[in-house]
Design a protein around this ligand. Structure first.
Ligand code: ANZ
Length: 821
């Protein structure tokens, strides 16, 4: 006989966490007999504290991982730290602490917090990107990209944050400002390293076979921004010399509507073509444009600005001369940096022409419309249509127009069909200390020389001084900087920029599979056992950067022969966002932060986990409420008491084969079916609702004879198993209390009998002309036709109807059928 004890989460949670750790039940073997399931969550940055958002994300992956384990998969759910990056360096500048010390201390604190969640982390696979045994291979990968021609160095304009004193990737510029400090980003030309992601633009647009949120796929598509169109060369003479300026256009069919021409202010020809009279105005404008970010320049809200260069260019198709302007709405980084201005059919050009009094000429007539005077228009007509005012092309129908003009240009040798992408090459160098060193040296004689692989890693020196100079602090560490050239033995200097942390996080999921390998980055055989990742969970904010880079990495490494699959993440899931109790984003300044440590201390990890998953649909998130946590905590207490009070069920002989037992069995199987389906679809909230229903039914049954049936026993065991993925500690404890010796987390998921999930049969009374003649059993949802057929099968009923079909049938579903003869 068990004596009833109180549910004390703190005690049992600590106890079971230690037990699981010591047995290593969550450490996946590579050669388990059951199939492998790679259950991955985006690794955290070691900021020092797990917040409730982390808990939300990690409980979701953990509940899913545990569910899959119990369904027979060999699940690996690794954890690690994306440990290079700016905050550590900023802390170093602010508090005079070595970034490594700051980072490793934070990691230690977070490991403790991660253990408190009771998640099934596969700890032996842990990787920390700032440690030499990891970044050695980041460096090695850089060299592989370099040798494959996918890493190159060039002088190019970079987004530059004047406050952080560093370059930023396009993705790190938010509304024209630095994503970290919100300072306005400017553009600056410096030598930098880039990865040729654009080579994979087309393949990255192919998402076939991936189970990814549609929204993320769309965001990646837009980010890559593939446009089909044509490049057409306009011509001008500069001091007798013929100069050709290509434009990229998606609408060659509008070529007769070109009334002006626009160059990006940074276009290399601007200086050459500008007339003396216009020089001052042009220089002033160029200067001003340099201070603006690309995002600002592209804004559709911004009033159009621009300056006439004094030069004219010839439209190679119509032969017409049009003025050349410069304007900031044309970007140097897209297409060719030059645009043919068609104000009648392009909104930006329309606004520009209106602002500067340039002519607007309609050359496309949308279907079912009459041409009209552009002076009366309030906006451009961007639709496709029949070509008009277009010389020999007049009347070309909409379907033909683009092709016809493109073909003409190709024949004349003045242009060609082409594809343009928004995607730019990935800028990977940072003028920072706290990142993986770029394994390159510069020699006066031999130029760029890669560090030989057997000399990796290039170690980050510990002794550095942090000054926000805009240059990497490594530049001032002479022992690091000065080295010898591997080719000529002469003096050389090391690259002092370090790698963007997005590079470290583009391959960590490969290293998890073989984290201790000191001979190679990974063993291909081991990788083949686990990858691609079966489930990847993380925030939707990573839709373009991390998730695109990781896909690029896998494709590039495949082409280098280092991997043999095409996509890193087969299934992607974005959890929602947990908000403060006031429905606002949690922030210290709002004072609405719910700290996981506090609520875990008060209610236990299981209640917090359960609550987070019960709060609402997992992909939506929502406001967090303490009352909500209390509610789930009460539920767990009810389960605790239910199991403890069921002692009788687990002692003595069970009563078998009673109606009451069968009823419990049906309830149980229905619950298994419902909860299983909900878990399969990552609907933890409704899964938990199903468990609550089952526990309520069992609480009721406890008051009856049912408590002594074998089915009741089974039902309790089932309830614990269903709950185990969400509340791993309490279920483990109760599982042992009911006499089991092996962990509940290595048990198999309960299976249900479909037949038992249907409701029991009901008894239907059969009347003939109002008199009871028969009773029959039918499914409660049986239709009138089915019940009538069953009734007519009875000899008694047939006899009472005189062998005829009834004239009229009255059916009360599940209860009575009256056949009137
Ligand atoms: C003439 C034209 C007529 C255009 C028309 C559009 C409509 P997407 O679809 O985004 O690829 N463009 C080309 N290069 C540009 C640059 N560097 N900066 C700003 N705009 C640029 O856009 C392609 C269109 O954007 C091109 O087609 C060009 O304007 C403009 F009725 O050419 B179009």
């Amino acid at each position: 006989m068990m004596t009833r004890t109180k549910y004390r989460p703190a005690e049992i949670e600590r106890k079971w966490q230690a037990d699981w750790d010591s047995q290593g039940i969550y450490y996946a073997k590579d050669d388990a007999p059951n199939p492998n399931y790679y259950n991955l969550v985006m690794l955290p940055y070691p900021s020092g504290d797990l917040h409730l958002g982390h808990w939300y994300n990690y409980t979701g992956i953990d509940a899913h991982g545990r569910f899959m384990r119990m369904r027979g998969w060999n699940v690996s759910q690794p954890m690690g730290f994306d440990a290079f990056g700016l905050p550590a360096e900023n802390a170093a500048i602010r508090h005079n602490i070595q970034p490594r010390t700051w980072t490793l201390e934070n990691i230690e604190r977070m490991r403790v917090q991660l253990r408190k969640m009771g998640a099934c982390w596969d700890w032996p696979r842990e990787t920390v990107s700032c440690l030499p045994d990891y970044y050695k291979w980041t460096e090695w990968l850089f060299l592989q990209f370099y040798q494959a021609g996918l890493a190159y160095r060039t002088k190019a304009p970079a987004n530059w944050c004047p406050s952080c004193n560093t370059t930023l990737a396009n993705e790190q510029v938010v509304n024209g400002t630095c994503e970290r400090c919100h300072t306005l980003v400017i553009r600056k030309e410096i030598d930098q390293w880039l990865f040729r992601i654009t080579k994979y633009a087309d393949e990255l647009l192919d998402f076939s076979g991936l189970n990814w949120p549609e929204k993320t796929v769309t965001m990646q598509r837009n980010w890559i921004g593939r446009s089909e169109g044509a490049e057409i060369r306009f011509v001008l003479r500069v001091e007798q010399e013929k100069v050709e300026i290509p434009v990229f256009t998606t609408r060659p069919d509008t070529i007769y509507g070109v009334t002006f021409f626009v160059l990006a202010p940074e276009h290399p020809l601007v200086g050459r073509i500008t007339t003396t009279e216009q020089q001052k105005a042009v220089e002033g404008y160029v200067d001003q444009a340099r201070r603006e970010s690309e995002i600002e320049r592209m804004s559709t809200e911004k009033e159009k600005t621009g300056v006439f260069t004094g030069a004219y260019v010839t439209n190679p198709v119509s032969g017409e001369q049009v003025p050349i302007w410069i304007a900031d709405y044309v970007l140097m980084s897209y297409g060719t940096g030059a645009v043919m201005g068609v104000p009648a059919h392009d909104q930006r050009d329309f606004e520009f022409a209106r602002k500067f009094g340039l002519p607007i000429r309609q050359v496309i007539n949308p279907p079912e419309e009459e041409p009209s005077d552009p002076a009366t228009w309030t906006e451009a007509k961007a639709h496709y249509g029949v070509m008009i005012n277009s010389g020999p092309f007049n009347g070309t129908p909409l379907e033909e127009a683009i092709k016809a003009v493109t073909r003409y240009c190709e024949k004349q040798g003045i242009g060609k069909a082409t594809v343009s992408y928004r995607l730019r090459d990935w800028l990977v160098s940072r003028q920072r200390y706290w990142g993986a060193p770029i394994p390159i040296v510069y020699c006066e004689k031999d130029g760029i020389v890669p560090v030989p692989e057997d000399q990796l890693p290039v170690l980050l020196p510990d002794e550095v001084e942090f000054k926000p100079t805009g240059e990497s602090p490594l530049r001032y560490v002479s022992e690091f900087l000065n080295t010898t050239c591997q080719k000529c033995g002469g003096p050389a200097t090391r690259e002092t920029d370090t790698l963007d942390t997005f590079l470290c996080s583009s391959w960590y999921f490969l290293r998890y599979i073989d984290p201790k390998n000191d001979q190679e980055a990974w063993s291909k055989e081991k990788i083949a056992k686990w990858l691609p990742v079966d489930m990847y969970m993380g925030g939707a904010e990573h839709a373009v950067m991390h998730l695109l880079y990781a896909r690029f990495f896998v494709k590039a490494l495949r082409d280098m022969g280092l991997l043999n699959f095409n996509e890193p993440f087969t299934r992607l899931y974005h959890q929602g966002t947990v908000l403060g109790p006031d429905g606002q984003k949690m922030s210290k300044s709002r004072g609405n932060v719910v700290a996981p440590d506090d609520v875990v201390d008060a209610f236990g990890a299981d209640a917090v986990r359960g609550y987070l998953m019960f709060m609402g649909p997992f992909d939506q998130g929502g406001p967090c409420s303490i009352q909500g946590i209390e509610g789930v905590s009460r539920f767990l207490n009810r389960v605790w008491n239910l199991v403890q009070d069921s002692a009788e069920a687990f002692s003595g002989a069970a009563v078998v084969d009673t109606e009451i037992g069968r009823e419990i069995k049906r309830t149980t199987h229905k619950a298994i079916k419902r909860v299983t389906t909900e878990y399969e679809h990552i609907r933890f909230n409704t899964a938990l609702a199903g468990m609550m229903e089952l526990s309520n039914a069992l609480i009721k049954a406890r008051e009856t004879e049912a408590v002594r049936t074998a089915e009741y026993r089974q039902a309790i065991a089932v309830l614990l198993k269903l709950l185990a993925p969400l509340a791993p500690h309490i279920t483990e404890e109760l599982w042992h209390q009911i006499g089991e010796h092996e962990s509940i987390h290595v048990q198999l998921w309960p299976i249900y009998d479909e037949a038992l999930t249907r409701d029991a049969v009901v008894t239907v009374v059969v009347q003939v002309n109002g008199k009871v003649r028969e009773k029959l059993e039918a499914a409660p949802d049986a239709s009138e036709e089915e019940v009538q057929a069953l009734a007519m099968a009875s000899e008694r009923v047939k006899a009472n109807l005189g062998g005829k079909a009834p004239k009229k049938v009255i059916y009360v579903p599940g209860k009575l059928i009256n056949l009137v003869g």
